[in-house]
Write a protein that binds this ligand. Structure first.
Ligand SMILES: Cc1cc2nc3c(=O)[nH]c(=O)nc-3n(C[C@H](O)[C@H](O)[C@H](O)COP(=O)(O)OP(=O)(O)OC[C@H]3O[C@@H](n4cnc5c(N)ncnc54)[C@H](O)[C@@H]3O)c2cc1C
Length: 108
């Protein structure tokens, strides 16, 4: 069987998320992340003051998209594929239980 290779450009949150999920979907796939700087995930490390605010405790797509007035139609489609519960489960499967603040923000 021919081994396929996926090259992900950029070692930030999006690149890593894409790479990890692609590798999980196809264990035969060779996944390479190409990063131009010397630092991987540098913004993730500082996000949420170091705690990383990964999602919001909102389980209604109609409610969530109201918070993104400029990108709501694109996000609506994306949220039908991957939404809050998927985010919570994605971290849980990797041993990370999210903590919910009183205002609904969810941190790692
Ligand atoms: C102080 C701060 C706090 C934040 N807090 C939060 C938070 O709490 N919650 C939250 O959700 N978001 C937060 N954010 C935003 C979040 O960090 C970013 O939205 C997220 O990291 C963006 O990820 P990305 O992968 O799209 O882009 P980036 O993190 O910018 O990653 C892109 C990567 O691609 C590399 N790259 C670019 N061009 C090339 C190229 N041609 N070849 C190779 N590599 C390339 C870059 O060097 C970079 O490493 C915060 C941001 C900051 C700055």
């Amino acid at each position: 069987m021919n081994k396929k290779r996926l090259v992900v450009i950029g070692g930030g949150a999006a690149g890593f998320f894409c790479a990890v999920n692609a590798a999980g979907m196809n264990p035969l796939l060779e996944v390479i992340i190409v990063e131009k700087s010397s630092k991987l995930l540098s913004k993730v490390k500082v996000s949420g003051g170091g705690r990383c605010n990964v999602t919001h405790s909102c389980f209604s797509i109609a409610e969530m998209i109201k918070r993104y007035p400029r990108g709501n139609s694109f996000l609506k489609k994306a949220f039908h594929h991957f939404f809050t519960t998927d985010t919570i489960n994605w971290f849980k499967e990797r041993g990370v239980e999210l903590k919910t603040e009183a205002d609904g923000r969810m941190f790692r």
